[in-house]
Design a protein around this ligand. Structure first.
Ligand code: 5RP
Length: 222
């Protein structure tokens, strides 16, 4: 029986195999945040001489990339990126995701938006029929926290401030339980339009292109 850690490692290694053909000396790749992304970064280290460097979706991942000898570039210095590799808190069959359990959702969405392909890596416990059992992270500008929380409650959610957490952008996170996510694209747009919201953790308007989901019987590609 493979442990959760073994499964994450299998997904991370599958992502290395998947992106290998696009590693070239001038290529920059996008790298996400979380425990699965950490394993991907570690596995990427032995390939560091085959590509130019990476854009990180968090300070945490930037530190880990540098520890592997991988150059970390500012996104403003990068014009194109063939792939972005990241984990997810939930993913459905349409490859729409909830992300942001690690609090890096805004930078994740920004880096992913520049990449040609989003490769989601996870163990298959993250695959769900319906998004929303995992509380939806919403990054808010601190002065707007209570106003945004009231609006999220009107949408049917139960927002809770992530205590003691500040994002890399200096903001706060509301974790919103209880939302009925029937139309993920619509809800993503509605929440993003609330004044004071920086972004929310629904990745539906721009879903993943490929999911590499590790199971007890091998890695499944969706
Ligand atoms: C961080 C994220 C992560 O991708 C998500 O939380 C999954 O993390 P893990 O690989 O540790 O399960 O969105 O903001």
């Amino acid at each position: 029986m493979l442990s959760s850690q073994d499964l994450k490692l299998a997904a991370a290694r599958a992502a290395i195999d998947y992106i290998e053909p696009c590693l070239k000396p001038d290529v920059v790749i996008g790298v996400g945040t979380g425990s699965t992304a950490d394993l991907f970064i570690d596995a990427l280290g032995s390939h560091r001489s085959r590509f130019r460097g990476a854009v990180a979706s968090s300070e945490r991942s930037a530190v880990r990339l540098r520890a592997q000898g991988i150059e970390v570039l500012d996104l403003n210095a990068v014009q194109s990126m063939p792939v972005y590799i990241d984990g997810a808190d939930e993913i459905n069959a349409k490859l729409q995701m909830i992300k942001g359990g690690g609090g890096a959702l805004t930078r994740e969405k920004i880096v992913a938006s520049v990449a040609e392909r989003f490769i989601c890596i996870a163990d298959d416990s993250k695959l769900v029929a319906q998004l929303g059992a995992f509380p939806l992270p919403v990054e808010v500008i601190p002065m707007a926290r209570e106003a945004v929380a009231r609006s999220l409650a009107q949408l049917g959610g139960k927002p809770a401030l992530r205590a003691g957490f500040t994002t890399d952008n200096g903001n706060e996170i509301l974790d919103v339980a209880g939302l009925a996510i029937l139309d993920a694209c619509l809800l993503e747009s509605v929440i993003n339009a609330l004044p004071g919201v920086v972004t929310n953790g629904l990745f539906a308007l721009r879903p993943a292109d490929v999911a590499l989901l590790a199971t007890q019987d091998g890695v499944r590609r969706l």
